[in-house]
Write a protein that binds this ligand. Structure first.
Ligand code: FAD
Ligand code: NAP
Length: 537
């Protein structure tokens, strides 16, 4: 049977896949998008746990490519909720008439490159196969749940959920004893909301995290007016910052240039503003251990101030990694939740989980009876989604095998040996260290420009060279080693998934530097890539 043939197949219909489809279709390409979920939206479709919301101000965490879209969409809260983000992405799908080219409830299982035709053959779990010149993996950095095989988990008689695959109708915890495992962003957002409903919540914490208050609320009318008047400029400002976020007054000042009182006042001011403002206080927080400790201790002081029980406050205080080396959580009432009589904290460093039993969670010290378990245990980040697809490049090479010791890419966009395949926000790009909306737009535009460039020259195959890839990987590592980031056992390092190689995956050189490098590569005729016509030049 002959397979349907497209110019491009895109895998995933989140922020990345939707914009990729819009761009490629505008270039006149025939495109098919496959999405495993039952709706568009990606992250904001799957992560429906209570309290889920963005940690960057809503105005900035959205598309900028269409001024009309930008102007017509009105955000209601400073940090938009998951339902609002999901309706935004659905609106985008409708506004740009994207749905006819998206096939939902379809998981791509394999992608195999055919050297004779320079085309990818893409197979799905519905038994379909199609071919495409271009294959774009818009599969997400945080789209595959971390699966931990807790002994006895299947014997649990109550209900359990992973925050990443929350039931569409929500969960009613009224009258229940709930166990939440994990204290990352997903847990920190959901615990206060669950505690407001459940009879009792027991939080199982392995590593405490740094969290800062969101001070969420309706979008300030002055902020909305400023954005309405200066939208293009505000967007441009975000793109010029290292993390793609218009940080509140980022300062170059070094920590020890201020005396302790001035530092305290500066941190206090930023704590009141909320969100990532705190991290902009001093230019050396993420580079110097001594400076970092000052910021970390400020947050620990806040925990002691908020949490009534000193022992609980100490257990909640992170001491094993620098602040910022894991994404700082942005919360609403997280620490204060531990003052509630119906919330208790179990420190897994003292009493590790041994097993899940039919009616509870057993640690080395005791069994905690629960009616429901929330697994807020994170993701097989950055490489998880790609590793679940059987991707075969030139000579039948398996991506899984190529990346056995850790991912290797050129600019986080292409992989040597895998021609005509692109990754959106792949390992080796700023991705998760950036406002992802900003990172995604830049990648999608670079990829679609590259495909247009190839089309104009009637070229059929482009592939990163091993040399260019090696040099880029070396640069990514070198830049990371100059920071405190590799000092944390984070998911950036693959450290949260047992057996995963420990490699610092995102690029920490800053978004503007990275974007310039990508532009330079394109301007120089896709330097570092081999380009060939279909006749195999
Ligand atoms: P995703 O949104 O993950 O979409 C990828 C899609 O690909 C998914 O729908 C998935 O089902 C599909 N897919 C994967 N594999 C296959 C396959 N084999 N076949 C078919 N379909 C497949 N970033 C920020 O910048 N700020 C934030 O505040 C923020 N908050 C977040 C909160 C949560 C709970 C999570 C999990 C992530 C958050 N992120 C945040 C990161 C977020 O993932 C990105 O901002 C962005 O949504 C990623 O969009 P994407 O389209 O690249 O990936
Ligand atoms: P995460 O940060 O990886 O946190 C997972 C938590 O589960 C950690 O506390 C981890 O402990 C714990 N855990 C994992 N395996 C465990 C085990 N076997 N036993 C006990 N505890 C275990 O995952 P996440 O909270 O889902 O967040 C992931 C990323 O998604 C964030 O960093 C952020 O980028 C994004 N996100 C953003 C928001 C937002 O605010 N907008 C919300 C959610 C997610 P250890 O630390 O000890 O490994």
């Amino acid at each position: 049977m002959t397979e349907a043939a497209y110019d491009a197949v895109i895998v995933g219909a989140g922020f990345s896949g939707l914009y990729m489809l819009h761009r490629l279709r505008a270039q006149g390409l025939s495109v098919r998008v496959y999405e495993a979920g039952s709706s568009v939206g990606g992250t904001w479709y799957w992560n429906r746990y209570p309290g889920a919301r963005v940690d960057i101000e809503s105005q900035e965490y959205s598309y900028s490519f269409s001024p009309e879209l930008d102007a017509e969409w009105v955000w209601s809260e400073r940090y938009a909720t998951q339902p609002e983000l999901l309706s935004y992405l659905n609106h985008v799908a409708d506004r740009f008439d994207l749905r006819p080219d998206i096939q939902l409830d379809t998981r791509v299982t394999a992608a195999v490159f055919d050297e004779a035709t320079n085309r990818w053959k893409i197979s799905t779990d519905r038994g379909e196969a199609v071919t495409a010149r271009w294959c774009v993996m818009a599969t997400g950095c945080l789209s595959v749940a971390n699966e931990v095989a807790f002994p006895g988990a299947e014997s649990f008689e109550g209900a359990s959920w992973h925050t990443q695959s929350w039931p569409e109708g929500g969960v009613d915890f009224t009258g229940q004893k709930v166990g939440v495992i994990g204290t990352g962003s997903s847990a920190i957002q959901s615990i206060p909301v669950i505690a407001g409903q459940a009879d009792h919540v027991t939080v199982f914490q392995r590593t405490p995290n740094f969290s800062v208050p969101a001070h969420n609320g309706p979008v300030d009318p002055a902020v909305a007016a400023d954005w309405a008047a200066n939208r293009a400029q505000r967007r441009a400002e975000a793109r010029e910052t290292g993390f793609g976020i218009r940080m509140v007054e980022p300062r170059e000042t070094e920590t020890f240039a201020d005396d302790p009182q001035a530092r305290q006042a500066e941190f206090e001011r930023r704590w009141k503003i909320g969100g990532f403002a705190l991290l902009g206080a001093y230019g050396d927080t993420l580079a110097s251990e001594e400076a970092n400790e000052i910021a970390a201790e400020f947050v620990r002081g806040k925990i002691r101030e908020i949490v009534n029980d000193p022992e609980t406050a100490e257990k909640l205080s992170p001491r094993s990694f620098p602040i910022g080396a894991k994404r700082v959580c942005v919360d609403t009432d997280y620490y204060a939740t531990f003052n509630r009589p119906n919330v208790s904290l179990v420190d897994l460093r003292d009493e590790p989980i041994e097993a899940i039993e039919p009616t509870g969670i057993r640690t080395s010290k005791q069994t905690y009876e629960v009616d429901a378990i929330v697994y807020a245990i994170g993701f097989d980040a950055m490489t998880g989604a790609l590793s679940k697809i059987d991707i075969r490049g030139r000579g039948g090479a398996s991506l899984h095998e190529r990346w056995a010791a850790g991912p290797r890419t050129y600019l986080g966009l292409m992989i040597a040996g895998f021609p005509n395949m692109f990754i959106v926000t792949g390992p080796g790009s700023p991705s998760v260290l950036c406002n992802m909306a900003v990172a995604i737009e830049q990648h999608v535009e670079w990829i679609s420009d590259c495909i247009a460039w190839m089309g104009e020259r009637q070229m059929g195959r482009i592939e990163a060279t091993e040399t260019a890839q090696d040099e880029w990987v070396a640069h990514v590592n070198e830049v990371a080693d100059g920071t405190l980031f590799p000092k944390a056992n984070s998911w950036y390092m693959g450290a949260n998934v047992p057996g995963k190689p420990r490699v610092f995956m995102p690029y920490i050189g800053g978004f503007p530097v990275y974007r310039e490098k990508c532009e330079e590569v394109a301007t120089r005729g896709y330097e570092g890539c081999l380009v060939a016509s279909d006749a195999r030049a």
